[in-house]
Ligand binder design. Structure first.
Ligand code: C2E
Ligand code: CA
Ligand code: CA
Ligand code: CA
Length: 275
């Protein structure tokens, strides 16, 4: 760091020049990866605590960069959002997930993550309806996961779009609940089908009374409002036991299965074809 005038310190960082260029080149790579269909989906099972059976799978995007190796969605989803590519990517992934699910030998639901930006561009409901028709997937087998970040911008528009999607028969899930800008009032505005408890509470449930109380409170809310409660990121038997005791209706996490390729899902988790 070198001094620059009084009181202000200018940190000279040789990486500072490279960063925007790297970013632009990664953005270019992302653009071509989307065009070539190189962003793929893996699927993670979600189990019912009542039956122990898989009721749905969450579709999660994967990008294997030809030189850089796997790039985390924590990197490329925000990059796609900042560059506007998310609308096209989101639509491509939704089509892929619906087409995969339509081919499965079991009627498990498929959950697709939506970026808040997909609600702002064009007519999302028409796009989704078109994809269902095109792929032949029944609407009641599709779940859309939305985060609370969604609701911040245009509340009225967002809720009316959610109503229209739900009217098609699609389930709407509130994802990552309890972190960020969560507001309990969302549940007064919209009848979410399920709420997903963020992994951070699951991580702490064995050690923190507060985390246990929060999980219990969300389950209570779910009971009263007829909303299923999914705990995500379940890694240990101890977490599972406490989450079942608390009354979660569904569990998802490495304890049961990591996200897997669709061939593995079909072979190891879904009913064999023809059975
Ligand atoms: P998310 O929607 O909260 O997804 C759950 C994340 O937790 C996934 O990370 C999943 O692989 C990971 N996970 C599941 N079980 C466990 C566990 O037991 N332990 C641990 N440590 N992790 C677990 P992933 O696939 O890296 O995705 C990260 C985030 O990127 C997602 O968080 C979601 O916000 C976003 N994302 C991923 N795919 C898509 C997509 O197709 N569209 C959009 N808009 N966002 C996506
Ligand atoms: Ca999710
Ligand atoms: Ca989540
Ligand atoms: Ca999360």
């Amino acid at each position: 760091a070198k001094e620059q005038g009084r009181g202000s310190i200018c940190c000279f960082d040789p990486q500072m020049d490279a960063a925007p260029r790297d970013r632009r080149s990664l953005e270019g790579d992302l653009r071509s990866a989307i065009r070539r269909g190189d962003i793929e989906l893996v699927y993670q099972p979600v189990m019912s605590t009542q039956t122990g059976l898989i009721t749905s799978v969450e579709a999660l995007a994967r990008w294997l960069h030809p030189e850089k190796g796997p790039i985390s969605p924590h990197i490329f989803i925000p990059l796609a959002e900042e560059s506007g590519l998310i609308v096209q990517l989101g639509e491509t992934l939704l089509r892929q997930a619906c087409s995969d699910a339509a081919s499965w030998s079991s009627s498990v639901r498929v959950a697709v993550n939506l970026s808040p930006l997909q609600f702002q561009a064009g007519d999302l409901c028409a796009t989704v309806a078109g994809i269902l028709k095109e792929t032949g997937l029944e609407a009641n087998r599709l779940q859309l996961e939305v985060t609370e970040g969604l609701v911040i911008r245009d509340v009225e528009r967002t809720f009316s779009e959610l109503e229209r999607l739900r009217a098609l028969g699609i389930q709407i899930l509130m994802d990552d609940f309890g972190v960020g800008y969560s507001s309990l009032s969302y549940f007064q505005r919209f009848p979410f089908d399920k709420v997903k408890i963020d992994k951070s509470f699951v991580d702490q449930i064995t050690t923190s009374r507060a985390a246990r109380a929060i999980v219990q409170a969300i389950v209570g809310l779910g009971d009263t409002l007829g909303m299923g409660v999914v705990a995500e990121g379940v890694e240990t038997e101890d977490q599972m036991r406490l989450l079942v005791e608390a009354g979660c209706t569904h569990l998802q996490g490495y304890l049961f299965s990591p996200p897997v390729r669709k061939s593995v899902l079909q072979e190891s988790f879904l009913l064999p074809l023809g059975a």
